[in-house]
Design a protein around this ligand. Structure first.
Ligand code: HEM
Length: 306
């Protein structure tokens, strides 16, 4: 850890206006915190279990048990009244461990929301008769904010560290690639809109053929249905691209959906012509393969979300 981080720690109390009186009040509340500890822990794990991927981190009973012990200590230490450099170094280390585990910073932020709401509510209830209730609540807010600041500073340091370790050419290249990829994304979005427009034209053309009786009625209906399917898949692709432009991930399975839609359209059309039986079978096999790929991909994504 470098010197500037240590300096940051010593100015933290100053920046958050944590006074000696606040420290004394926090220590005074410690017995009360001990008495509500079990409720706190119960609620904490129920709360973080709702994050979805919690089980990927707290993988087994042993790790969970260890974490419960650590959280118990951490929560009690919030009310130790002694917030020196060792206290902050320990907090920083906790943050670093979370970073190394790849724990999303959002999980820590959200967990803090539980800690804040639970603690303030319990103190309000139990200290309603004390004349300095508001000062107590303010002291809790301050120590929680300081904790969150230090715990998440490891995340910021990691990001900054990763960026600073790049050479100037690498940084320039990174900047250039970022810009280029965002331009290409807009280009792709434009091309997808064009595909959707073509799909609408195809739909219009199929309807036209049906109404002008240039195509048998049965075949006409199936063709129209096929072009609608393609239009729907193209719209799905545009949705995915919009997601990516908003900063999300592009779901590659949308492309598979489009390919399946196009093949189904072919099958619908060919199924009426007896001479194209082998084509229909071939297209069927292709749809099956794409279907299996789609299923594998979506299954994997679903599993990683669990
Ligand atoms: C208020 C928020 C949190 C606090 C204060 C906290 C605190 C801690 C502490 C004190 C440790 C032990 C660090 C050490 O070994 O020195 C730890 C480790 C760990 N934390 Fe957290 N944590 C929080 C949120 C979470 C969440 C939300 C998850 C998972 C979803 C999580 C997963 C872990 C894991 C997997 C470890 C390593 C456990 C081990 O192998 O010993 N933490 N955390």
């Amino acid at each position: 850890m470098d010197h500037s981080i240590q300096n940051d720690f010593s100015s933290l109390k100053e920046h958050y206006h944590l006074t000696k009186d606040d420290e004394k009040l926090l220590l005074e509340m410690r017995p009360l915190i001990e008495s509500i500890m079990e409720d706190f822990l119960d609620g904490f794990y129920k709360f973080i279990w709702g994050f979805g991927k919690t089980a990927n981190f707290l993988k087994n009973e042993e790790i969970l048990g260890r974490h419960q012990g650590e959280i118990r200590k951490w929560y009690l230490n919030l009310f130790s009244g002694k917030y020196d450099i060792n206290y902050f170094l320990k907090l920083y280390k906790i943050g670093e461990i979370h970073v190394q585990l790849g724990l999303p910073t959002h999980y820590v932020n959200a967990a803090f929301n539980y800690v804040r709401v639970f603690t303030l509510e319990r103190i309000r209830k139990n200290c309603i008769k004390t004349d300095n209730l508001e000062v107590r609540l303010k002291a809790i807010e301050i120590i929680l904010d300081i904790n969150l600041d230090v715990l998440t500073s490891s995340y910021r340091q990691e990001e900054i560290g990763r960026y600073l370790s790049l050479s100037s050419i690498e940084k320039k290249l990174l900047g250039f690639l970022k810009k280029a990829s965002s331009y290409f994304n807009y280009l792709l979005a434009g091309a997808l809109v064009l595909v959707a427009v073509f799909a609408i034209c195809l739909f219009g053309f199929d309807v036209f053929l049906l109404f002008t009786k240039q195509i048998a009625f049965e075949k006409g209906i199936l063709t129209v249905l096929g072009s609608l399917l393609i239009l729907w898949a193209a719209i799905e692709l545009i949705h995915e691209e919009m997601n990516q432009l908003r900063g999300g991930k592009f779901a590659i399975e949308a492309f598979i959906t489009l390919a399946i839609a196009a093949l189904i359209r072919k099958i619908l059309i060919f199924s009426l012509s007896p001479s194209k039986t082998t084509d229909v079978v071939l297209y069927g096999v292709l749809v099956l393969c794409l279907g299996i790929s789609y299923w594998l991909m979506v299954g994997k994504i679903y599993q990683s979300k669990k």
